[in-house]
Design a protein around this ligand. Structure first.
Ligand code: ZN
Length: 222
């Protein structure tokens, strides 16, 4: 029943942001075949999907966009107050955030990997960033890896190249991969939908910018 997964084929969970685009270049360096999967679930901006599609096309990679719009049925505004506006909380997260979202995404990424015979699943989750969602932590990812393998009788490997990196170190990694300028200019992290260096005002832009400045300064001294 266990099939032989292709160890040279990797799937990257891809949003078109800095972190997952860095993972894309990490995957391209390490694996012969890279496939991208993007989850569409009422993102802050449809622009995220457009950016993800554009990068996938430019990099010549197979790209699957999965419809996860059912997540909107689990958001606070759907469950408790139908008139609630979609707002951004102080931490920059929209109030449409769904608990255990990454659990759901990795389950679907695992099912897709089974269908496409890809042994490796790469995700840009990170324990050191500010968000601290439990299903982005290392212990959860290890647990999820075991769960995926048991659920499908396979031997998938979930890789998290950014798990212990801060934003400065993530920029350093993209530079090592020869992709710093690409990641800087083509990705979308900004909550206001501004590609590249962004609006400069939102929490995501500030975090990204601070890391970039720290990295460029450290490189200058080296
Ligand atoms: Zn911004």
């Amino acid at each position: 029943m266990t099939k032989t997964l292709n160890k040279d084929r990797a799937i990257v969970v891809f949003s078109g942001g800095q972190d997952s685009t860095t993972c894309l270049f990490y995957a391209k360096q390490k694996y012969e075949e890279v496939i991208l999967v993007t989850f569409e679930y009422g993102q802050r901006h449809d622009k995220e999907i457009e950016v993800a599609k554009a990068i996938a096309k430019e990099q010549g990679l197979e790209h699957h966009v999965l419809d996860m719009s059912l997540l909107s049925q689990l958001t606070p505004n759907a469950l408790t107050n139908h008139d609630m506006d979609i707002e951004t909380n102080d931490d920059g997260m929209p109030n449409t955030f769904v608990p255990a979202r990454n659990l759901l995404f990795l389950s679907f990424a695992g099912a897709l990997s089974y269908q496409l015979d890809a042994k490796t699943i790469i995700t840009g989750v990170c324990e050191t960033d500010f968000s601290g969602y439990p299903d982005c932590r290392d212990a959860f990812i290890k647990s999820m890896n075991v769960t995926l393998n048991l659920s499908m009788d396979q031997n998938f490997v979930i890789e998290t190249p950014l798990m212990w990196l801060d934003k400065k170190e993530t920029w350093a990694l993209s530079d090592e991969l020869g992709a710093l300028d690409y990641v800087r200019n083509k990705t979308l992290t900004c909550y206001n939908g501004v590609i590249g260096d962004g609006c400069g005002e939102c929490p995501a832009c500030k975090l990204r910018q601070r890391g970039l400045e720290q990295y460029i300064n450290s490189r200058g001294e080296a």
